[in-house]
Structure formats: C-alpha cells, structure tokens
Design a protein around this ligand. Structure first.
Ligand SMILES: Nc1ncnc2c1ncn2[C@@H]1O[C@H](COP(=O)(O)OP(=O)(O)OP(=O)(O)O)[C@@H](O)[C@H]1O
Ligand SMILES: [Mg+2]
Length: 319
C-alpha cells in the first residue's frame, strides 16, 4: 500500500452547500441560485490545501447515509487518497448563503453525526493502521465523542511515530495537549483560553505560547492573528510574520489552509521559519476567494514573494 507522509483526521466532516439569493425576507420563499457542493470539515480542508500545493495526504473521515456517499464522491473528485469510517448517523450538511443585495454571508452549521463507542474505536483503529510522518487532527468533535478523544489520538500518534498537529478549540484542545503534541495552531482567542486569560494582546502572545511549550504540551506553536498574520513560537525562537495585503473576499477556510500550507512545508523538509511563511501565504491566499473555496497556487506564490521581500522587516525579535 502507498505510504502517505501526511494523514488528516476529520471526525465531523460536512458537505458545504453554497448558494446566492437576493434579499433576506422572513415568512417568504427565498429563491436561491443553483447550489455548489464542497467537501468540508477541518482535516478534509487541510488535505485539499495540500493537494492544491501538489502534495499528497490520506484523509481519514467518517461517512454516514446518502450524504456520506456524496461526501466520499466529492473527496474522490479532489483526487485525494482517503479512508472512511462508517457511522449510522448521517454526514451533516452545512448551508452557506450570500445575499447579493448586501453581500452579507450567512453560515448555518449543523451538528456533526452522533458517533457510537464502536465507531469511535473504529476511527482510532483506522489511525493505528497508518504510518505517517505527520498526523493532523482538525475540527470540532462530534456528539457522542468524549472530550478526551484527541488525547487518545495523541497516544496513537506517539505509538505510530507520527508528529501530531492539532487544530481544534475548547476542552478537546485542552485535553489533547495533556499528552503533549508536536504543533498547535490556535488563534489568539483559543490561546487565551488555554492560558486561562480573558483576552491577549499581540505582545502577550509569545509569553502565553511559551507557557504552554515550557509545560511540555507542544514543541511548536503558531498563533494565527487573522489580518495581522501569525506568530511562531518554539523553545528558542519567536517570529511574527504579518499577513500580506490582500483583497479579502471570505475568510472561510483560512485557518485550515494555513495548517495545510504548514504541514506540506514541513513534509517537504522546510525549516520552521519557512513553514510559517507558507502557512501565512496559504491562509491569506484563501481569503482572496469567495465562500468555501480555499486558495489558488498562483496566489500563494505571489504572497510568498511578498513575505520574502517585506515579511522579515516585521519580525518582533529572536529570543
Ligand atoms: N482578513 C485577513 N487578511 C489577510 N489574511 C488573513 C485574514 N484573515 C485570515 N488571514 C490569514 O489566514 C491565517 C489564519 O487566519 P485566522 O487567524 O483567522 O485563523 P482561524 O481563526 O483559525 O480561522 P478559521 O475560522 O478558519 O478556523 C492568518 O494567519 C492569515 O495569514
Ligand atoms: Mg481555526
């Protein structure tokens, strides 16, 4: 069997159904344009981003019912290798609609599938059978899964010798890092919660990240700051890369694109500083496209050029 250097896990994937309409009016039928269907969910988006950069990954995700079959078709169309775990509960469908009169985007997210204990165990077994260099666990947990699910994934990552990258929030994130992971990509709000702070200013981010690193909970942290770029913190370095100036259309998928860019760069043997550049370039390139579309490879290369030319000027300090 082909060995994928990168495996992504999505326990709560979705079909993202996007459309446009003109005018949001209660009690009346709102006519929508022909919808566009995308495979969605944290890990699947990361796999899509890797594919867009010309890389390979194995996407491990749950599927249930007819919507699950559609999800599998959509992933197959993207040319991504995948492995599914069947759930009795149907794959969820999210709905994203843009009002063409105001350009406002409405995002309706459905709850993930109810996952039974046997199904949860099947997900863990499927991961145990993979032998990647990098395992990416991304997205929210589904109902039925305990908060310590990603902690169990962390134990498996150690057992199979994979470096674990976690992108989630709340208690599942807190529990995931109890075992210690390789890389975390919280946004600033998620980091604040991890260090039990109400909020964090940019100049407090490095100390907060270092607090987590010094406790042995992760080796590398990339804290994303939306339009302000991202900060990379390890035991030895702290670097800030600003986001390049872009014409922002939609920030949907920016975080997943960033993680995709970073793990691809790592798997290609790039340094952690270059990994940060690729992450910021992919995240910002994703904001240049509408709706759930991720990024165009051309845009990533243009933004990387900008970062290489101007980005380093903004570096806060090397510790
Ligand atoms: N408005 C923006 N302009 C330019 N770049 C952006 C913008 N928003 C996000 N990005 C890029 O995407 C990266 C990740 O964005 P962000 O910090 O919003 O992640 P997130 O909160 O995890 O997002 P998500 O909601 O997708 O999980 C940023 O570091 C930046 O490079
Ligand atoms: Mg995020």
């Amino acid at each position: 069997m082909k060995r994928n250097k990168i495996v992504t896990l999505t326990v709560s994937p979705a079909i993202d159904k996007s459309t446009h309409f003109a005018g949001l009016v209660a009690e009346q039928k709102i006519r929508c344009e022909t919808p566009h269907f995308d495979a969605g969910g944290g890990g699947i988006n990361v796999s899509k981003a890797i594919a867009r950069l010309g890389g390979n990954s194995l996407a491990v995700f749950t599927v249930g019912g007819a919507s699950g079959e559609l999800l599998e078709e959509l992933v197959k169309k993207e040319g991504i290798d995948y492995k599914t775990i069947k759930t009795k509960s149907w794959t969820r469908e999210n709905f994203i609609a843009v009002d063409t009169l105001t350009n406002a985007q409405y995002r309706f997210g459905m709850p993930g599938p109810e996952i039974t204990d046997d199904e949860a165990q099947a997900i863990l077994t499927a991961l145990e059978e993979t032998k990647p260099d990098f395992l990416v666990a991304s997205g929210s947990l589904s109902p039925g899964l305990e908060d310590d699910f990603y902690e169990k994934v962390a134990t498996i990552a150690t057992n199979i010798g994979a470096k674990l990258i976690v992108d989630t929030s709340g208690t599942p994130l807190e529990r995931a890092i109890d075992k210690g992971v390789f890389l975390l990509k919280p946004n600033v709000g998620e980091l604040a919660r991890l260090v039990k702070a109400e909020s964090l200013e940019i100049n407090e981010v490095d100390d907060a990240a270092r607090e987590i690193i010094n406790k042995g909970k992760c080796e590398i942290m990339v804290v994303s700051l939306g339009a302000q770029g991202a900060v990379l913190v390890t035991k030895d370095i702290c670097e800030h890369i600003p986001a390049p100036p872009v014409q922002k259309k939609s920030t949907v998928g920016a975080g997943d694109s960033m993680v995709g860019g970073m793990v691809w760069a790592l798997s290609a043997g790039k340094s952690v500083s270059k990994m940060l550049h690729w992450g910021v370039a992919c995240g910002s390139a994703a904001t240049m496209n509408e709706g759930t579309q991720l990024f165009k490879q051309d845009d990533v290369h243009k933004l990387l050029n900008w970062i290489n030319t101007y980005g380093e000027k903004y570096q806060i300090r090397n510790l």
